[in-house]
Write a protein that binds this ligand. Structure first.
Ligand code: AKG
Length: 294
């Protein structure tokens, strides 16, 4: 099916959906995010992205501050139902099915986290999420040519220009200059800050060459999610589960999610997407209470 959204994502490595949320929806999510960010900063929620670490796993020592709150749909986190409703919102399901050219019944629950303003300025180094810097140019290209099996997005609740990308770099191996650049290079040729207004969503290829540059003075509350396609990538499902989701996802109660997404009850879709993750992440069909219990 023709898709402008997918065409843009394929060409540039990212695509914007402007003003996807109403002001009321933004306000409700801001309230929920303020609360969980406060818990995270106070050391009262153990699943946080702590400074100065860029990649998981993070420990729960918040003495240097945090730049993210993990596991927004965790049943023990306040507002988990508000976050689940936003993860399974019709505008997300419509965009992901369009981008992945699949139907909602193919989707798998993955990650939902919050990215927040650190207490001191902080930056991530240039990276591709799933391809390490040490690979050869040929391997880099081979990996970049693999089909797109999941979609990743940022949904901004405040103006946000922290994500810096090199447009088009998801289509090619790094140039010699990019390969040899300082990992914290502030002037990478062609770089572009992805500017978002409150309520905007950016979907991006997580293997585009990118980094995050965070100013402590700019409020940031950006929801950071991903969804996959069932059956396509069991290794990724196992990875999602191993990164902590497996310990709690079986306890999520999605029955309170109102409304429809892709012509079906959003609550039923949520259950199905969770079940597909668990089935894919295990080598056999398992009930939730077995290997993923806390
Ligand atoms: O802050 C962002 O938007 C990007 C985060 C990022 O690059 C990452 O988590 O790998």
């Amino acid at each position: 099916m023709p898709s402008d959204l997918r065409d843009h994502l394929e060409r540039d490595g990212f695509v914007r959906i402007p003003s996807a949320l109403s002001q009321d929806e933004i306000d409700a999510l801001r309230t929920a995010c303020q609360d969980v960010a406060h818990l995270g900063r106070a050391g009262k929620w153990p699943f946080v992205r702590t400074l100065p670490k860029q990649f998981p796993p993070w420990n729960s020592d918040v003495s240097n501050g945090i730049w993210g709150v993990q596991h927004l749909m965790h049943p023990d986190l306040p507002h988990h139902d508000t976050f689940a409703a936003s993860y399974f919102a019709p505008y997300i399901i419509a965009a992901v099915t369009d981008l992945l050219q699949c139907c909602a019944n193919d989707l798998v629950l993955e990650l939902y986290n919050l990215l927040v303003r650190p207490d001191v300025d902080f930056a991530l180094r240039w990276h591709r999420d799933d391809i390490g810097p040490e690979v050869s140019a040929q391997e880099e290209l081979d990996r970049l040519r693999e089909p797109m099996l999941h979609a990743q997005w940022n949904l901004a609740l405040y103006p946000d220009e922290s994500l810096i990308v090199v447009p088009g770099s998801h289509l090619r191996a790094r140039t010699e200059e990019e390969r040899c650049a300082d990992p914290f290079e502030d002037e990478m040729p062609g770089q572009k800050a992805v500017k978002m207004n409150p309520g905007d969503i950016i979907f991006y290829n997580n293997n585009i060459l990118h980094r995050g540059v965070y100013r402590s003075s700019a409020e940031r509350m950006t929801l950071h999610g991903s969804m996959g396609i069932a059956g396509a990538d069991p290794a990724r499902a196992r990875n999602v589960l191993q990164h902590g989701v497996g310990t709690w996802v079986g306890r999520c109660d999605f029955s309170g999610i109102q409304g429809e997404a892709d012509g079906q009850q959003a609550s039923a879709l949520a259950d199905d997407m969770r079940n597909r993750l668990v089935v894919m992440g295990s080598d056999q069909v398992l009930s939730f209470s077995q290997p993923f219990d806390e």
